[in-house]
Design a protein around this ligand. Structure first.
Ligand code: DUC
Ligand code: ZN
Ligand code: ZN
Length: 469
């Protein structure tokens, strides 16, 4: 058998196995795992892990973000940054604006993405206006076209759905086989606390965290799971920040419910104290749910270790800090209510989890692969084409040096923001070479691929979705 490319001498790690093998690639597909393979091109992977390319199933790129606010990444910079972070597939959100159709949203988003990507991408929808035509026609048509997951919000006045609407949307998920993701924070409770903070003149970035306390997230998590139970549909609880919300997932699973949990780097590396900064610097760490306490880091690690969390995503949602259209916009520079929510992190997600998780002995390499690639593919209808190293899978591969060390500096990253929340964090373990469908995109940390090498992926149904009875 002849191969276009052979990755030789490395240690292949999947979500279940670790073994020495060469990987033979032909026409962008893994066609053999064996020993002594030869091909037209060879890459020496001695001393490296040969991993499935990372899949980050929760990123925001070029998303409309309110008047005067511009997200720091377009598809070019966002996917380039993702690629340098060891990812070969990103799943950004395509937001339906109120009063507009899903088609309009998808057309506008494809116009931004198509031809501009360094990784493969596939969109989740965000349903903000569940009208009769959206639920009856548009969403089923979108699912049939491969947009097989969507997110709903329980917070943000312009995005939130009430319980009746969430039930309707979940019911549509049940009928179509789509997978519902929920942002769990109780908007009314947040409003109540915001009013109090404003009356007391507490307008600084720390108020972002104190108006979104743990109970706000825990209650909404319990409610989202209960609504999914009523409809009898699987649900993904995204960006879980603390142990109390996590325990809602654990309890639901113990009752036999089909609940997927996601957490993110900010919940094992940032705290609410990071929102206190001189010169409004705390605005850099404003995201929702907010970072919690060090005690919560331990709770989140427990869920990463014991399987409550299936996926570890970045929730990359980048805004520039020192920018009139970013965190320091004219209103945001004096009032936390106008600081755009979100932090960059698509490039640092995998190094942080590897360094803090694998290198520090909290998780093994197979769990790392599950959390950063395989479970994303299984959850969002991309498996087994993506997310594993197996004969027949796309040759999306990251060669990972477990000994390479660096200190995170935004100056070395590739996103369009002007800071990293993790500036100064030492990490050990880095992606060195990244291969997308058999094409070397990054070789020894140098870009060799081109914009447009990444494509759009229609997806199948999630493996989490049971056939409707
Ligand atoms: N939710 C997200 O998923 N990302 C950023 C902000 C938010 O509220
Ligand atoms: Zn969210
Ligand atoms: Zn997000």
């Amino acid at each position: 058998m002849s191969f276009d490319l052979v990755i030789k001498g490395g240690t292949v790690a999947t979500a279940s196995d670790v073994f020495k093998a060469d990987v033979g690639i032909k026409d962008g597909i893994i066609t053999a795992l064996g020993l002594g393979l030869t091909g037209a091109e060879t890459i020496d992977a001695t001393g490296k892990y040969v991993l499935p390319g990372g899949i980050d199933s929760h990123v925001h790129i070029a998303q409309p973000s309110g008047e005067g606010i511009v997200m720091a990444d377009d598809f070019e910079s966002g996917t380039l940054s993702g690629l340098f972070g060891g990812n070969t597939t990103l799943l950004p959100f395509c937001i339906q604006e109120k009063g507009k159709s899903l088609r309009e949203a998808l057309t506008a988003y494809h116009a931004k993405a198509d031809g501009n990507c360094y990784t493969d991408v596939s969109f989740h929808l965000v349903i903000s206006d569940p009208s009769e035509s959206v639920l009856g026609q548009e969403l089923p048509a979108a699912v049939a076209d491969g947009y097989t997951s969507f997110k709903v919000f329980m917070t943000y006045q312009d995005l939130r759905l009430n319980d009746a609407e969430i039930l309707q949307v979940m019911d549509t998920a049940r009928r179509t086989g789509a997978l519902a993701m929920v942002h769990c924070e109780n908007e009314d409770a947040i409003r109540f606390l915001i009013d109090k903070h404003v009356a007391e003149g507490k307008l600084g970035p720390p108020s972002h965290a104190s108006t979104r306390p743990l109970a706000v997230e825990r209650e909404a998590t319990h409610r989202a799971i209960s609504l999914a139970e009523v409809v009898d549909v699987p649900v993904v609880i995204v960006h879980v920040s603390n142990g109390a919300a996590m325990e809602e997932i654990e309890r639901a699973r113990a009752r036999g419910l089909n609940v997927t949990g996601e957490t993110c780097p900010q919940y094992i590396r940032l705290t609410e104290q990071d929102l206190e900064g001189m010169n409004w610097e705390g605005a850099k760490q404003v995201c929702s749910p907010p970072p919690r306490t060090r005690a919560e880091w331990d709770n989140i690690w427990r869920g990463i270790q014991n399987g409550v969390f299936d996926v570890f995503s970045s929730d990359h949602c980048p805004f520039r800090y020192d920018d009139e259209r970013g965190k320091l916009n004219p209103k945001g520079r004096t009032d936390f209510r106008h600081i755009p929510n979100g932090i960059p992190g698509v490039e640092t997600r995998m190094p942080i989890l590897f360094s803090e998780g694998v290198n520090q002995g909290r998780i093994d390499i197979t769990r790392f692969v599950a959390l950063t690639a395989t479970n994303h593919a299984k959850t969002y209808g991309l498996y087994p084409n993506k997310g594993t190293i197996a004969v027949g899978s796309d040759a999306d591969i990251t060669l990972w040096d477990p000994e390479a060390e660096t200190v995170i500096r935004h100056a070395d990253l590739h996103d369009g923001s002007d800071y990293s929340p993790y500036e100064g964090l030492a990490v050990k373990g880095l992606p060195m070479t990244v291969i997308l469908r058999g094409k070397v995109m990054i070789r020894d940390r140098e870009l060799v691929g081109a914009k447009g090498d990444g494509g759009y992926l229609p997806r199948g149904l999630s493996m989490k979705v049971r056939p409707a009875a």
